[in-house]
Design a protein around this ligand. Structure first.
Ligand SMILES: [Zn+2]
Ligand SMILES: [Zn+2]
Length: 469
């Protein structure tokens, strides 16, 4: 809908040159800085700022549908047909407008293209070209003012507000020159008005009329009310899918994955994945996730009607997932208290260690001096074993000589560090020096060069390398 209000670039694109061929390198910041948005909508300018055509298309069907439903009884045949037609027209948008034309996620044969263009017209969401142009801008400028349905402007703005009010800014430039050359896209654009009347209202009524003599039911339920459902189903991709759910692949922008969104959008609910891998013909990558659009495309490829189904390399998909998992683990890691490493501790001479051990219970293990005063009475093996080692090196005893302590004991011991013995670590960089909980730590790339123990991620086999630090 509202083709007129945002179709200026199509004029420029007649010559099939990509419209974004000559944009400045800093296009986004340049445009935001140098083009003025329209003034904010207030009560005084409201009537002038309303996009009346879109508003009518969004408000009249629910009203007509509700009034119609109170006069026309719903027959089960009509109900089945309405649900089926909801899926057909919805798939025209998801498999056609969205994945085929806006994203080129696969190639479709001409018969399939015509079918998708026809059913897509029955969803009354503007022509393929207009829709894809806006959607490509949405992907390119996600969450900025150049995104036509910028989710940062709120749930209802991204759901339908952006269509009710004239846009404050033109959406950012997005090339659709490939679509300008497509005969099916051109055909649909040219006959758009007659197609929406035929596919939106006449066909659903005629099928119910010829099938079970319920033309009025066909119009009200499979035509008008079905249209309302398809509209809000698509709108949920811009609102709900940017608001509800998880970010398993990236959390830089608003898109999210959620099963509920998938159910109400015919499988477009794995939107976090989709914004990361927009040319992938799938939204859901797991077999048990609900993505009928993907199933249809796959089925069409089996029939020979679709080909070149694009799939992002699994290796790259898993990198995104791993990054997000590490990010969450890092948050857990940062909430914990960690022992001081040797850089943060005072270096203490042997004589000073001896001297101070007379005043408090200090024990040397793996080159670190530990103050065990808070632990003497709680030591599971008995206080006497600790007292025996005050002022002495208990490394051998701790690591199996007397008792091979648990990982938890080693982690706890490290928390009691108060100094490093001058002369370095007698046992070198080995398991005894680094508590088990710190052998695999999550480190940012710029922390990798820092001193051992504080942040470097060690794996069991990397200790030779770590030695150089
Ligand atoms: Zn999106
Ligand atoms: Zn998309």
């Amino acid at each position: 809908m509202s083709q007129k209000s945002r179709s200026t670039p199509s004029k420029v694109q007649k010559d099939e040159t990509p419209i974004d061929a000559d944009i400045p390198d800093n296009y986004v910041s340049y445009t935001l800085k140098n083009t003025k948005p329209l003034p904010p909508v207030t009560w005084s300018n409201l009537l002038n700022e309303i996009n009346w055509l879109s508003t009518a298309i969004l408000i009249v069907p629910p009203l007509v549908g509700l009034i119609g439903a109170s006069y026309v009884k719903l027959r089960w045949e009509t109900l089945v047909w309405s649900v089926l037609y909801y899926f057909l027209t919805g798939l025209g948008i998801t498999a056609g407008y969205h994945r085929l034309w806006a994203h080129r996620a696969y190639n479709a044969s001409l018969p399939l293209q015509y079918a998708l263009a026809l059913f897509g017209a029955g969803a009354l969401q503007g022509s393929i070209k207009w829709w894809s142009r806006g959607h490509r801008a949405h992907h390119r400028y996600t969450d900025t003012d150049l995104d036509p349905y910028n989710a940062h402007k709120g749930f209802w703005y991204s759901h339908l507000g952006w269509m009710l009010i004239k846009p404050r800014r033109k959406p950012g430039v997005a090339d659709v020159s490939d679509l300008s050359k497509n005969p099916v896209v051109k055909w649909q654009h040219k006959h758009y008005l007659s197609l929406i009347l035929t596919m939106g209202f006449i066909l659903p009524s005629v099928v119910a009329w010829l099938g079970w003599n319920d033309a009025r039911g066909g119009f009200v339920y499979a035509g008008v009310l079905r249209l309302v459902f398809v509209h809000h189903s698509t709108f949920c991709v811009n609102s709900l899918a940017h608001w509800l759910g998880e970010t398993p692949f990236d959390d830089k922008h608003t898109p999210r994955d959620h099963m509920v969104t998938a159910f109400v959008t015919i499988g477009e609910g794995y939107h976090n994945f989709h914004h990361q891998f927009p040319m992938d013909y799938r939204n859901a990558i797991k077999w048990y996730q609900y993505d009928p659009t993907k199933w249809l495309i796959w089925f069409m490829s089996r029939l020979g009607l679709a080909s070149h189904l694009k799939v992002f390399p699994d290796n790259e998909v898993r990198k995104g997932q791993l990054t997000m998992q590490l990010k969450r683990l890092r948050e857990t890691q940062e909430k914990l208290t960690w022992p001081s490493d040797s850089n943060d501790l005072p270096v203490i001479s042997w004589d000073s260690f001896q001297e101070q051990s007379l005043k408090r219970p200090l024990i040397l293990i793996s080159g670190f001096i530990h103050d065990v005063s808070s632990f003497v009475e709680e030591h599971p093996g008995g206080a006497h074993l600790l007292i025996k080692f005050i002022g002495k090196d208990a490394t051998t005893a701790f690591f199996g000589g007397v008792y091979d302590h648990s990982n938890a004991a080693h982690n706890l011991l490290a928390m009691k560090r108060v100094g490093v013995l001058h002369g370095g670590h007698p046992h070198g960089l080995d398991d005894k020096l680094i508590p088990p909980a710190q052998r695999l730590k999550i480190a940012r790339y710029n922390e990798l060069g820092s001193a051992y123990g504080s942040s470097t991620a060690y794996s069991e086999s990397e200790e030779g390398f770590a030695d150089k630090n």
